[in-house]
Design a protein. Sequence first.
Length: 197
Amino acid sequence: MAIDRTPVLKRCRSLDMDPIYLGVNKKSNRKLVRSSRKISEYGLQLREKQKAKFIYGVLEKPFRNYYAKAERMKGLTGPNLMTLLECRLDNVVFRMGFARTRREARQIVGHKHILVNGKCVNIPSYRVNVGDVIEVKESKKSMQRFKDIAEATNGILVPAWLDADVESFKGQVKELPARDMIDVPVNETLIVELYSK
């Protein structure tokens, strides 16, 4: 399985974005020095795509598949793409506050700690639907790891489209997120322009 092992702060610096979107509270002291050349239109589009891929931890081929699926759906392709990415199980676990970072959420799902509607799901890209109940396995809730997570994510703001109780590690998907509910700094119209060439 391919994994992006690029240091988070280094990648955030190169993409000119805040690490907080990944759940990382550190800040880099280094400044990114770019040449004075103007970035081309293609360069801007590519950067937006790389940002989206990096935030959600998706590689190129699955990302292309998400785009193809978003194109086939009703409505605008850009917001559809963001909704599909936001409905990934690892992202929902992070958004509910069951993990400190997106990478940790992916690991928790991969280690079979998460139940969706009472069934164990260990696929981070699993797509959640409206009404799905997501919870941490009863036997894992007493682990020190989850006690630390509950402490760290206590004041986290859960998005309006989710309903979560961090204390009991249980939550539900109330509705699918619209684009204005997704606080990710990605301009999806540039991604659509890039793929529609």
